[in-house]
Design a protein around this ligand. Sequence first.
Ligand code: NDP
Length: 474
Amino acid sequence: MLDIISKDVYSLEEENFLNNKIKIKALKEYGYADQIMHSLKAMVPWEREFLQAVNELLNSIAPVLKQDPLYENFQVLERLVIPERIISFRVVWTDDQNKIRVNNGYRVQFNSAIGPYKGGTRFHASVNLSSLKFLGFEQIFKNALTGLPMGGGKGGSDFSVTGKSRGEIMRFCHSYMTELFRYIGPDIDVPAGDIGVGAQEIGFLFGAYKRLSGRWNCSLTGKGLSWGGSQLRPEATGYGIVYFAENVLQTKNENLEGKKVAVSGFGNVAWGVVKKATELGARVVTLSGPDGFIHDPDGVSGEKIDFMKTMRFSGIDEVKQYSDQFGVEFIPNKRPWIIPCDIAFPCAIQNELDLDDAKALIRNGCKFVIEGANMPTTLDAVHLFHDAGIIFVPGKASNAGGVGASGLEIVQNKNGFSWDAQKVDDQLHRIMSDIHEICITAAEKYGRPDNYVVGANIGGFLKVAEAMIDHGAV
Ligand code: NDP
């Protein structure tokens, strides 16, 4: 077992942990998972988001652990909850006034049981080790679900791209890579984009990697089309989420045609979701930013979707610009979940949909909540959805299309060819259908039909755990 460092901290944490005593109680039925959770809380009580992600996984896989002592005998959980390696470094750069600026840079290489570490890079003021550990942990199981040989990792910096010039972003990216380049490579760790890291930043990071390492290889994904990128990578996360939604709706003999949809965020993932959902006949009526949300009853379509891209590329951090442009209602400092909808796609950031938001969605007749972002829904909101019979899909299943397409970019680079958009789209469809199948099969096998949280966690865990056991004590 992991050592319990401080019993006092553990007790306090148990009292308050996410105000979620029901879950703690549920875990107590399963000794092994319970001990691991308590040990971890004692070890890193301040890493709230990471603890939240581990707690969710352990709750889901507890029946598997109970049924088979193999995992405890091989101490799989003790190994799973500690990253294989964390790289932490200083990023020094100069701003446009020639002033020296300093940020923190990280890469969490969490688990390489089934392949080289793979996961995004986030540049956002909120980035710290807890958020990157939670994202890296989620990435392990998400990557396993894709069926591709990719381990889990995540990196980033507390640098915010908002308000920075192109030159400042370039100098920051070059400095960030000056330290990171020695720890990545196509068979070691392959970073990609995430919040604040799009095509422009991947370009700068790749340029620095190439110069420093003297190598041109697939050490980053999300590259530009003319230098090794894959068709459809920018769209892949959002499209994949909508393909997964189609699979879910089909199980209820429904489809997207005519559905009213609420989306949060206005970044890369939200853009892909809006584009594909609209193409398939849904009407997206909300977008959001940190400043509030817009309500567009006619639907976000045509030039309005293109405007989302314009906003992102101009470094605008206010969704209000959309309401100024198209004359629709802007509701400041509120989230979009108060607007009646059939399906909600939270696509912005972690913990952006809480218990009150969940109550509002249920009250207004929402039937499906499909996560686009990583862990946008708080645990108590997830429980409420389950209790109310709402179909809820966790991001680690529904947004796996992004990393799936990155995996396809690696395959193309390694083999020296370039698939057309149709071929990538076909593969993306297949990956998302396969993940859906894994989820519903695992959920049914363990007596929790329609529970995609249980299905995704068990499906991902079994694959990673099997590899860890096969590799012995490493
Ligand atoms: P982007 O940076 O492109 O977009 C994030 C969007 O969310 C921005 O519009 C941002 O606004 C907005 N936002 C930030 N904070 C809030 C808030 N508190 N309330 C409302 N909106 C907010 O990132 P992505 O679209 O790439 O990523 C979104 C989510 O999807 C993240 O959780 C990410 O980890 C996840 N994801 C992304 C993948 C990808 O391929 N890009 C793959 C899988 C998951 P602002 O810029 O003003 O902060």
